[in-house]
Design a protein around this ligand. Structure first.
Ligand code: NAP
Length: 269
């Protein structure tokens, strides 16, 4: 990549950049030549990462402390996205999860999860995308999860929050296709980060053959981005399996509305 290529990449704003997958996106995107805005709550971790990345790559890295579960704090990041025309990429990554079954979970905690996993990425997309469209340039990477299509696997509210992220991404991609704005949903399987311990199940308790290293996950997800994939599942080896699933979904779409109930639902049929 030449210096002028890299100068033209613009700035990537990454949420949840203080650790795990988000911190690795920060590293990889800086190495590709993006300047960065790193968002999370832990200022110390963000500062350390920003210094390290600037020293290694020479890219400009701004730290933005915000609690994305808090409406007022979230609004400061929305303002930044609306006002800073250098931003060309939004990585909606911040998120929390748990494996605790629905009925054993505290509803207040589940509500906080929805604020962070659903409301925040939705509002940040609303803040960023009009500028991307106006400038005919920009991309959105939304970190969902494989539980978006397998919600029976972990906590149901977590799975449902990630199903929202997937559906939202698919819809946005469809809507923005002709307007020069790319949208990718990334569906990680189990990935070795603090996410698991924070959710009450340390990652060491999972069978190691289902757990991917976070750097492998991010590198693979960026290959998917370069391939302009709508949905990237780094841990799914059989690509055809996804294509079959997606083709079946697309084939259902035109059959899903009708003026009359299906025969099997007619009383006495
Ligand atoms: P992680 O290491 O725990 O990172 C989560 C990041 O989100 C941290 O930087 C954290 O920073 C930030 N965050 C948490 N609450 C926040 C809040 N209220 N406001 C702002 N930032 C907040 O976990 P990770 O695995 O990298 O998770 C990243 C994304 O991947 C999540 O959306 C998760 O659902 C998804 N994912 C993970 C896995 C997995 O197995 N690890 C699998 C599928 C999907 P602060 O604490 O500094 O705020």
């Amino acid at each position: 990549m030449t210096a002028s290529d890299s100068a033209s990449l613009g700035t990537a704003l990454i949420t949840g950049a203080s650790s795990g997958i988000g911190a690795l996106y920060a590293d990889r995107l800086a190495r590709r030549g993006y300047d960065l805005i790193l968002v999370a709550r832990n200022r110390q971790k963000l500062d350390r990462l920003a210094d390290d990345i600037t020293n290694r790559t020479g890219r400009a890295v701004e730290v933005f402390t915000a609690d994305l579960g808090d409406a007022a704090s979230l609004a400061t990041v929305e303002d930044k996205l609306r006002q800073d025309a250098s931003i060309t990429l939004l990585v909606n990554n911040a998120g929390i999860g748990t494996h605790t079954p629905l009925l054993q979970s505290d509803v207040a905690r589940m509500t906080e999860m929805i604020h962070l996993n659903v409301t925040a990425p939705m509002r940040l997309a609303y803040a960023a995308v009009p500028g991307f469209v106006a400038r005919s340039r920009g991309a959105l990477i939304n970190i969902a999860s494989v539980v978006a299509i397998a919600p029976e696997t972990l906590n149901g509210v977590y799975g449902a929050s990630k199903a929202f992220v997937l559906a939202f991404s698919q819809s946005l991609r469809h809507e923005l296709a002709a307007q020069g704005v790319r949208v990718q949903a990334v569906l990680p399987g189990a990935t070795a980060t603090d996410f698991w311990a924070l959710g009450g199940l340390p990652v060491e308790h999972l069978p190691s053959h289902i757990v991917m290293r976070a750097d492998d996950l991010v590198d693979a997800a960026l290959v998917g981005f370069d391939r302009n994939e709508a949905v990237t599942i780094p841990s799914l080896h059989d690509e055809q399996a996804w294509q079959t699933y997606e083709a079946a979904r697309q084939a259902l779409a035109p059959q899903l509305s009708s003026h009359q109930p299906a025969q099997r639902y007619l009383a006495g049929a």
